[in-house]
Design a protein around this ligand. Structure first.
Ligand code: FPP
Length: 251
């Protein structure tokens, strides 16, 4: 486990700008508007969104970024009409079935963040299979945030820490940020350096709230299905212009 590994500490800006991002997280927004603009059903927007997922993984790998987290289904998305939820979960299963062998061949390790117990058994089995099949891969880490909500995640971590205190394995007075992080679903992972949101909305929508404390935020007007290499390069260039201080004064 990478906990305590100094390599995972954020790097502040140097004279040539910030260190390249180690972890990029993406809020993939705008599938519905993309479809509506073309007079297509929302499902067509989600299918086009899945193509953008494929392009993005390739671009991220090509850039040598080793962690990518995609917000594919929020805990609030369950409130969408049943047919859209069915479409999204079906698409997810289809995507994993179709892409798993190639992802694995490319050295991608897949993990799922979020409450997978809310998915039906067939989808859960597919998610478990993807994690198991890619367990030993080390070139790139792909986190899929599914049925994920940051407040749920933090509350679950607080419950687990409270339970550990009640069991006598954790001294409540010694609960530091680092110790608390071990109870999050991202334990041992580097925090995102860059969070990208498409579709012109400028909010985090309950995504990685703890982990994004010092992330650079980039909001793009492009709708998710239109996100590609040019938009990715643009975001990296914008990131490189940012000065990251992590609360410290500039040198
Ligand atoms: C937001 O668009 C997107 C989602 C709710 C789901 C994201 C899903 C995908 C990109 C496709 C499937 C993913 C994988 C990993 C195969 P929206 O529907 O909220 O768009 P809108 O705001 O324009 O209505």
């Amino acid at each position: 486990m990478a906990l305590g590994n100094p390599d995972l500490k954020p790097l502040a800006s140097g004279p040539a700008g910030p260190a390249p991002p180690q972890h990029i997280a993406v809020i993939m927004d705008g599938n519905g508007r993309w479809a509506a603009a073309r007079g297509l059903p929302r499902a067509a927007g989600h299918r086009a969104g899945a193509q953008a997922v494929r392009r993005t993984i390739e671009a991220v790998m090509e850039a040598g970024v080793t962690w990518l987290t995609l917000y594919a289904f929020s805990s609030e998305n369950w409130r969408r009409p049943a047919d859209e939820v069915l479409e999204l979960t079906g698409l997810l299963r289809h995507y994993i079935r179709q892409e798993l062998a190639e992802l694995s061949r490319q050295g991608v390790r897949v993990r799922v963040l979020g409450d997978r117990t809310r998915f039906e058994p067939e989808t859960r089995a597919e998610l478990d299979r993807a994690e198991r099949a890619t367990l030993g891969n080390t070139r790139m880490n792909l986190n899929m945030a599914l049925s994920y909500g940051a407040r749920d995640e933090i509350a679950a971590a607080a419950r687990a820490a409270a339970q550990a205190a009640a069991d006598g394995t954790l001294d409540p007075a010694a609960l530091t940020v680092e110790k608390f992080e071990r109870f999050l679903s991202t334990a041992g992972m580097p925090d995102p350096d860059l969070v990208i949101r498409t579709s012109g909305e400028r909010r985090l929508s309950n995504f990685l709230l703890w982990q994004s404390a010092y992330a650079e935020l980039i909001f793009l007007d492009v709708l998710w299905p239109d996100f590609g290499q040019a938009e990715f390069n643009g975001a990296l260039a914008e990131f490189a212009r940012r000065e990251r201080r992590f609360g410290a004064r500039p040198a």
